[in-house]
Design a protein around this ligand. Structure first.
Ligand code: HEM
Length: 491
């Protein structure tokens, strides 16, 4: 038996006695924590390094739970229809919640952090670059890098598959975003972005961090952040300038611009005013914010999804055997020999996709998200004041036995078209939903399925027993100590 993750076990149904709403003046709150959150500092469920424990505790209140942090009201939603109201039906009354907005110090006004008109404009400009047909051009690149990696693995050699998936996803991001190898510049972006992520919790918790940064207050963590951010900006600006020069040269010579995402963003125009004037493209600062956003959003998420998938396959030999059977039956050339997967194979690999879907149910790379109400608002049976934060966790909902019976079992069959049609949409939302649904979703599915197919075609990964595997819920859900495996060739 492979080591199992010390999972948070979300198997509780609402307590029958919990009152559905708690009246408070003109408002109706869900039940929840009686005291301000910081007063629970010594409680078992309060662990700053693992907020999933708090969410698990709160999920016992049923449909939704309320708590306060100082003067702020926070509501954890646990019901797909209420989440839908926030993300889709009443989305215009919400902005991103505080911790995501705080990311502005790193990502400026990129797609993840921007709100309102700025967000709409950026989404319009970036959308064509993520169109299904555009991103399909990357399928060959993805398979090429995965195929190179599968040649490097050695039978019987202990390997940290989480580190390997990060390495592979970084190569694919460098090529598809910048059309480059993993150069020293890419390493700098990666290292500095990681350094900032490590400071993230401290920065988010700091009151008035934006002002403190602006006034150059000499607090060590802020000084480190400023240094990392300055390095990031310098490297990204240099890469953008080089790409702009390349694109201008291509235009002068009547050649098409490059197919990488950055070239497409440089060439993209906001054509809603009908003028197609160059000034409606992205400015240098906008490009930099977007490049950093895409770099961070696109690489670690996919790497984590793949890492957890290897763990689950190692723990579930039946599912692993079915996956191998599908790959062996599908990926054949005209003489019946095994060949690498291609874009055209994707519709013929339904089980491989179901394996990825089930893996992202149990270990969603984006494990929680949130919004803040810009006015008094009614959601489900509740009515809450302007400024209230709504949080919802993919990790919690996607383990709810009401939607996923025997929730801790790994069963890719939960994702047949028929099974999916029987569930409410927001019982499973690894890519969010509504107008801010992940712009890279098609890209992510394509990358994950092709990488899994290419590697699993050649290798079976045995998960090493008795290793410590733990959740590290940072911005994405990482395996804290990596995942050690032994690759064994399949034939
Ligand atoms: C398994 C992989 C991925 C997962 C689980 C994931 C998840 C998510 C989620 C949940 C959101 C919504 C956040 C919110 O509304 O608060 C989001 C947004 C976003 N994602 Fe992804 N993502 C993945 C891969 C990617 C890739 C590959 C890219 C780009 C190449 C990308 C770029 C973005 C961007 C730019 C946004 C912001 C969209 C907006 O607000 O308009 N993501 N992602």
């Amino acid at each position: 038996m492979a080591s199992s993750v010390k999972d948070v076990r979300i198997t509780t149904e609402p307590a029958a006695s919990a009152p559905p709403v708690v009246p408070w003046g003109n408002y109706r709150f869900p039940p929840g924590l009686r005291y301000n959150l910081p007063l629970y500092m010594l409680a078992g469920f309060f662990d700053r390094r693992n907020p999933i424990l708090l969410f698990e505790h709160l999920s016992r209140f049923g449909r939704a739970a309320h708590y306060r942090i100082l003067s702020h009201h926070v509501i954890l939603l646990n019901d797909p229809s209420d989440i839908r109201e926030v993300l889709v039906d009443k989305a215009q009354f919400f902005i991103k919640e505080r911790t995501q907005k705080r990311m502005k110090i790193l990502l400026g006004d990129g797609l993840i952090t921007a709100d309102g008109e700025t967000h709409k404009r950026h989404r319009r400009i970036a959308a064509p670059a993520f169109h299904r047909q555009r991103i399909q051009a990357y399928a060959g690149t993805i398979v090429e890098y995965a195929a190179a990696m599968r040649e490097q693995w050695r039978p019987g050699t202990q390997t940290d598959i989480a580190a390997e998936m990060m390495r592979l996803a970084l190569q694919i991001t460098a090529r598809t975003l910048f059309d480059t190898e993993v150069t020293p510049e890419i390493h700098t972006i990666n290292d500095e972005a990681n350094a900032v992520m490590d400071m993230y919790n401290a920065l988010v918790a700091m009151p008035c961090v934006e002002e403190l940064l602006r006034w150059r207050i000499p607090v060590p963590v802020l000084m480190r952040f400023r240094k990392s951010k300055a390095r990031l900006d310098a490297v990204v600006d240099k890469m953008i300038a080089a790409k702009q020069a390349e694109s201008a040269k291509a235009a002068r010579e009547g050649r098409p611009v490059g197919g990488d995402l950055l070239s497409m963003l440089i060439a993209a125009r906001d054509e809603t005013d009908g003028s197609n004037h160059p000034s409606t493209g992205m400015s240098g600062k906008e490009l930099r914010d977007e490049v950093l956003t895409l770099f961070l959003a696109g690489y670690e998420t996919v790497a984590n999804a793949l890492s957890w998938t290897w763990l689950l396959l190692g723990q579930n030999p039946e599912a692993e055997a079915r996956l191998h059977a599908e790959l062996d039956a599908t990926l054949l050339d005209s003489s019946g020999k095994a060949r690498l997967p291609t874009l055209e194979d994707l519709p013929r690999l339904p089980y491989t996709e179901m394996v990825m879907a089930e893996s992202m149910r149990l270990y969603p790379p984006a494990w929680a998200m949130g919004r803040q109400a810009t006015q008094d608002i009614e959601i489900g049976p509740y009515r809450v004041p302007k400024g209230t934060y709504f949080l919802f966790s993919q990790y919690i909902i996607q383990r709810n036995p009401r939607y996923f019976p025997d929730p801790l079992a790994f069963r890719p069959e939960r994702f047949t078209a028929q099974a999916k049609a029987q569930r409410p949409k927001f019982a499973y939302f690894p890519f969010g939903g509504g107008g801010r649904q992940c712009i890279g979703e098609s890209f992510a599915w394509m990358e994950a399925v092709l990488v899994l197919a290419t590697l699993a075609q050649r290798w079976r990964l045995k998960v090493i027993e008795n290793q410590q595997i733990a959740l590290q819920p940072k911005i994405t859900l990482r395996p804290k100590f990596g995942i050690q495996v032994i690759p064994n060739p399949r034939s």
